[in-house]
Design a protein around this ligand. Structure first.
Ligand code: 13P
Length: 252
């Protein structure tokens, strides 16, 4: 069985001092949380702190992630950050298509696919987020929405699709404290796994993470589902004790 992956998404939170305190505590507690078992751990931080966090996680076994990447490789795109620039800071993961970017920045499926492509071509693993809104769920469209979102990425990146990470993040569960039940999440993960299976013979390699109010109390049950390969953690990743509890729930 592959190791589970627990990735913190700090979103627009933190500061030099707060990052240092948080990572100090996470580093200190990591060996105890893993208890000689294994899980992969990453933190996806605001771009201005990549350099700071790169130094702080060096040698700790914690991987570095970014929260976005440009659809362009370089050039006159003020404010954008390329995948190659992320690579300069030893970034292993870049979140693409988070629902907050789809919602507040109008990111389309096609743009998300291009972002995944840029990341892959620079050797950065895209964490591709998919997920339905409450209205879409209530209209019975969950499967259709997540399949459409993932299909765009598969279409643009078919040859290396087994190199991506997928994160199922139901929009209605993000930051609301209302998590998908393990059964609801597993049902969608199984759909996504099936879609990946049709695209690559290496679909088992792909981590499919769950995100949306995953916390220290519900992580064990969610992570016990057969197609839930880890978590993308928002609020609970900002508290060392909670993040470590989730990591320990993922270790096996
Ligand atoms: P919360 O864990 O705060 O609900 O956020 C989930 C998320 O959006 C992670 O990317």
């Amino acid at each position: 069985m592959k190791q589970k992956l627990i990735a913190g998404n700090w979103k627009m939170n933190g500061g030099l001092a707060a990052n240092e305190a948080l990572l100090h505590d996470v580093r200190q507690g990591l060996a105890h949380a893993l208890a000689s078992k294994h899980a992969q751990v990453a933190v996806c931080v605001p771009a201005v702190y990549l350099s700071q966090v790169q130094q702080m996680v060096a040698g700790s076994g914690i991987d570095l992630g970014a929260q976005d990447v440009s659809i362009h490789a370089q050039g006159a795109y003020t404010g954008e950050i390329s995948a190659a620039m992320l690579k300069d800071f030893a970034v292993r993961y870049a979140i693409v298509g988070h629902s907050e970017r789809r919602q507040y920045h109008g990111e389309t499926d096609a743009q998300v696919a291009l972002k995944a492509q840029q990341a892959l071509s620079a050797g950065v693993t895209p964490i591709v987020c998919v997920g339905e809104t409450l209205a879409e769920r209530e209209a019975g469209k969950t499967e259709e929405v997540v399949k459409r979102q993932l299909a765009a990425v598969i279409h643009a990146n078919g040859h290396c699709i087994s190199e991506i990470v997928v994160a199922y993040e139901p929009v209605w569960a993000i930051g609301t404290g209302q998590t998908a039940s393990p059964e609801e999440a597993q049902a969608v993960h199984a759909v996504l796994r099936g879609q990946l299976k049709a695209a690559t013979e290496h679909s088992d390699r792909v981590h499919i993470l769950y995100g949306g109010s995953m916390n220290a109390a519900n992580a064990v049950e969610l992570l016990a589902q057969p197609d839930i390969d880890g978590g993308l953690i928002g609020g609970a990743a900002l508290k060392a004790a909670d993040f470590l509890t989730i990591i320990s729930a993922a270790a096996h």
